[in-house]
Design a protein around this ligand. Sequence first.
Ligand SMILES: [Zn+2]
Ligand SMILES: [Zn+2]
Length: 578
Amino acid sequence: MRSNKDRRESALLENGWVRIIPLGGLGEIGLNMFVVETADDMVVIDAGLMFPDEEMLGIDLVIPDFSYLLEHRAKLRGLILTHGHEDHTGSLPFLLKELPIPVYGTPLSLGLAAEKIREQNLEADLRQVVPRESFHLGSLQVECMRVCHSIPDGVGVALETPAGLVVHAGDFKFDPTPVDGQLTDYHKFAELGDRGVLVLLSDSTNALRPGFTPSERTVGQALEEIFRTARRRIIVACFASHIHRIQQVLEVAARMGRKVAVHGKSMTTTTRIAADTGYLKVPPGVLVRLDELSSLSPGETVIIATGSQGEPLSAIARMAAGEHKQIEITPGDTVIFSARVIPGNEKSIARTINQLLRRGAEVVTEELAPVHVSGHPCQEELKLMLNLTRPKFFVPIHGEYRHRHHHAKLAAAVGIAPDHICLAENGDILEFTPDKGGVVGTVGGGRVFVDGKGVGDVGDAVLRERQHLARDGMVVVVIGLHPQTRAVVTGPEIISRGFIHLQDQEVLFDAAKRLVNEVLMGCPEEERMETAVLKENVKATLRKYIQKTFDRRPMILPVIIEMEGVTHDKAEFMVPSE
Ligand SMILES: [Zn+2]
Ligand SMILES: [Zn+2]
């Protein structure tokens, strides 16, 4: 009798199959990376990163685990970028360092990626794609189609596989009046739907928001209103990659006879790349350098800068704190926060706004005027995408579980069979044949932490240590023991960081030292010879004492040094004070 597994394998051979493996992007908004795999070929869509949350102490970046790609490198034909945002391109340099595969994308996405790759002193094989022009990656036929988003030149991707058509909608919205006139390709998505879509992967970011996302142009109208009434300097904070937002600021400024200075490294870089590739159209004579502003009256000037999230080192935060070298906020200035509040940044944004208001500036946020719209689709647009493509199977992507859960409900509402909707997790292997689909296994993997030059050397254990240190501080006990007699030559010396100020509690620490001494004296001969056992005993005694006396649980670090009679000072020297 044939086993279920045999039956499944023969079905796969007859019908062809495709696997879709999310290596990131399903547990978070960020870290987007999908593998599309067939019997012969493998393609990656996006290579994103995620910025750490407040629990990831000292972590600079989070990237997906590339192990699965490294294991199957022989099948890997290339990587397709849907657009130039960090959550889709940020881990590209890390990936290319290990796997130098060709990268496909539209001109702006490639331009932004090239900058990142150059910064890491890497080289890459970048290949430009043209929407609606298909190309082959191994046996897979690939076609990209335009989508509107909060960065120009975004695309969705359609892949013709032996099992059927797989469509990744990219980060999109259905803006009916986009700033650059490039509509989301309704016709192409509808045509794909007519051909028959096996699987649709679609953006869940705004799945909890009813209605439609307003057009980006509405922001231009709101900016125009504010510019018309502002008497003094205007400062606009937005994301550096939001070229259409910057475009609208430039246009409104030009109409009102104001000059614009672009401020901040990432803002300068992206506007340069966007202008070079033709995606930013700078009205003649409107741009000036920051140092040229001083020769103009404040009412003739606009500054575009980063810092919409209150990032402490950003230009806006420094202006707000009065620490900016060239720009001083004066009463009557208008500061516009033209961006959404990314969850987790509420406090730093509020701090910046408070400081700006104290200096007499007018501060305009999304709550006060429509100075920002989302780049992602709301519920009615999500339903429209589902109706245009009419997929057999649906995988909500780009969101936390709650976003994807609600997106799944919308899909069921438009008639997708509930058992054809896959709420997968990162690392799941989704397998589809022309009539079956679902999770068939996992590739493991997970997130990799980047800290300084270390990629992956900080794991969960190190993070837990950092959290412990941050919460409770550290107490170090230094003891010098004679190598043979094991008599105490120096110490115990107690040093603490982030726990309690020693001078204030000298008496209590003296008591701790006495306790440690008693442990050392009271140890049976054989335990005295075992440094590890001594350390454990010292640690347990101190832990108990500190908990009883202070009701705290700092990290306790016994350091036992073998020495023949070194002075007290030397022992102290061995644990640096900072
Ligand atoms: Zn995006
Ligand atoms: Zn995204």
